[in-house]
Design a protein around this ligand. Sequence first.
Ligand code: DAH
Length: 329
Amino acid sequence: MQAMFHALDSAQDSASLESIRIDTIGKKGLLTERFAKLKSLPEEEKKQIAKTLNTLRKEFEGRLAIKQQELESKELESTLSAQGIDVSLFNLRSKRSIGHPINYTKDKIIEFFTRMGYELCEGPLVEDDFHNFSALNLPEYHPARDMQDTFYFHDDKLLRTHTSPVQIRTMLAQKPPIKMICPGETFRRDYDLTHSPMFHQVEGLVVDRAGVVSFAHLKYVLESFLHYMFGDVKVRFRSSFFPFTEPSAEVDISCVFCQSDGCRVCSHTGWLEVLGCGMVDDNVFRAVGYEEVSGYAFGMGVERLCMLSLGIGDLRSFFETDLRLLEQF
Ligand code: DAH
């Protein structure tokens, strides 16, 4: 056995260490065979020898583990120095990436509006009923609350279902004129091909003295924005309903996948819905104590704009951190 310990201590590489391991505690190893021979011994002797053998095996295994680690790190070191990696060397093959598609899209949206003079605002993710609903003309028991499957906490707190509460916070904190956008995370109890429980929106709000801002301005800004995002597409405003705007509209672009011929993505309509907007409802102004003002607001889903502009089919892939998706960008 001493010879085995000696061989172990003087092993020079992991291959020879492995053969020492096999020769000692492998299936037909020295120690293993000694254990096997125990059977034929008388009881008293068997106990004593077994004890010695167990001590030997423990010691062998302990020293083996230490030696293994020592040799492995030595070998790693010598491979690395043999390969001669120069980490300061510029890698011509490295690809430039746009980063995560969601951040890329969000930043692109922010870029457009900040260049148009919109201020960047933020608000809390945990909201209360007042800011998320009632001040936005969605009083308790209003059926439109159903449109937004909400995560509630116990005490009037909830995860914001949209970025619209930041309109309320901004109006309460500032005086008109206001011209802001608010990008951020939003939450709803939804999970399928086109919905995830956490998603991103960008909200926009412009308020000025009564009569200064009109639907025409809103239309111009959003049309310019959609051309910036999607290039040469047709844009249409479709009359719709949101509690916080009156009149309200949903905005569609001509389908970027089939050029309006009709395909699965646009449900054969030739149009893709991309955002909601309208003139701020008087009840919203009343809730924040504003008088003699007019304004417009809009809201859009970043995931949706990202999927349409980069041609990504399944929204869930944004959150699966699969490098195969990220590498494409
Ligand atoms: N908050 C709406 C939603 O989450 C989006 C929206 C629509 C925001 C119209 C607006 C708006 O400011 O005017 O579905």
